[in-house]
Design a protein around this ligand. Structure first.
Ligand code: GLA
Length: 385
């Protein structure tokens, strides 16, 4: 556990003589269902996690932004005056300085500042360590200044898209800002409105980390964004008002199938069916129909595995193993894919057995011990000290 007081102590050690810092927390997330739908303006259903990025920050003279990562033991700095023209360094500091640049562009006052950052969200684990870093440092740089919550999420997303160069959707930043203790958050990625959903009693959410991250991830992500755009282009020939796959039902897609490249069709089949699965999952959850919730998880995974093709061998192995364990309702990959985590719906009494048998099977197969994160929906970002 990272506490505000331990962070403050580490801050004084790193920046001796600095004024008292404020401490901010922004959570990572696990997405329950609605994968690779956000950049098509569809629906997603993430929860915020206890795992979070913590930033202690205090104003500094001299017009420099200094960031120190406790996890990596690395310091980075940039002059505030250079932010407007800053270029990415291709490391963790891009998330920090990219956000600072967006704040400057949006007209927020950014001044010299010392920041100490400590994250408990595993990097490369598909639990959105980058959005947690963006949101916690944005709050720190604002130094208590007011910002609309939606504006904060959008600004952090812009930093990732424009500075880091990753054409991501809004899900990760949105849930880090709007997460709520005890509830999953169904986000409409077009209207940017959300609905809070409490899952039935006795269903536990467990993320399991493959501990691998395949290089393919970011290039494939870009490729999928492009393929979705291509599918939209085909539908637009007939329905000019369509601007994203959000506007297309899975059944309608079949009408235009013959005009689509077969691969593009499969990508669109995933997105349109996944949007429908989010609604079906919400309904099943309201009814307390755990078996149906689990079935939808597995259907989502198969669609990501075969049609969207963003899974990998290790994720498939974890899913296939999990669904064979008694007391597991369903399992699927979560996040961008190509490694990272699966998310599992597990009966409370079956938790220990689940972790033992999945852990042993994964170790036998890959010689790697997977990490388990029992995940209760946690609160969104805020100042904690
Ligand atoms: C990454 C992106 C999100 C979303 C997911 C897939 O986490 O940052 O915007 O597209 O992948 O659902």
């Amino acid at each position: 556990m990272v506490s505000a007081s331990s962070l403050v102590a580490a801050f004084y050690k790193q920046f001796p003589g600095a004024p008292a810092p404020a401490v901010y927390r922004a959570p990572g997330r696990v997405n329950l269902i609605g994968e690779h739908t956000d950049y098509s303006f569809g629906f997603v259903l993430p929860i915020a996690l206890e795992l979070a990025c913590f930033t202690a920050a205090a104003p500094a003279d001299g017009g420099m932004l200094r960031a120190f990562s406790v996890n990596l033991g690395q310091a980075r700095e940039i002059a505030v005056a250079d932010l407007a023209e800053a270029r990415p360094a291709r490391d963790w500091s891009d998330y920090v300085f990219g956000v600072a640049q967006q704040l400057v562009r949006a007209g927020y006052p950014v001044a010299g500042c010392n920041m100490l950052i400590h994250s408990t969200v595993p990097t490369g684990g598909g639990l959105s360590s980058s959005a947690a870093l963006e949101v916690s440092t944005a709050l720190a740089l604002l130094d208590g200044g007011a910002i609309d919550k939606l504006e904060l999420a959008k600004l952090c997303q812009r930093a990732e898209r424009e500075f880091v160069g990753m054409p991501c959707g809004i899900m990760d930043q949105y849930i880090s800002v709007f997460g709520r203790r005890g509830a999953a958050v169904k986000i409409d990625c077009r209207s940017l409105e959300c609905e809070y959903a409490v899952l039935p009693e006795g269903v536990e959410i467990v993320a399991v980390n493959t501990m691998v991250k395949h290089e393919l991830g970011s290039s494939a992500y870009r490729e999928r964004v492009r393929e979705c755009g291509e599918a939209v282009g085909v539908v637009q020939r007939h329905r000019r008002e369509v601007t994203s796959l959000r506007d297309v039902g899975r059944a309608e897609l079949d009408v235009w199938r013959s005009e689509m490249d077969p691969v593009v069709f499969r990508r669109a089949a995933h997105v349109t069916s996944e949007d429908e699965r989010v609604e079906a999952f919400m309904e099943a959850s309201r009814r307390g129909d755990r078996a149906e919730m689990g079935r939808l998880f597995v259907a989502s995974h198969r669609s990501l595995q075969h049609d969207y093709q963003v899974s990998c061998e290790e994720l498939d192995f974890l899913v296939d193993t999990a669904i064979g364990v008694p007391g597991v309702y369903g399992a699927r990959m979560t996040g961008g894919g190509f490694g990272g985590c699966t998310v599992n719906l597990v009966e409370q009494e079956a938790l220990a057995g689940f972790e033992t048998s999945v852990g042993a099977a994964y170790r036998d197969r890959y010689g790697i011990t997977p990490q388990f994160y029992r995940s209760k929906p946690a609160a969104g970002a805020s100042r904690i000290g």
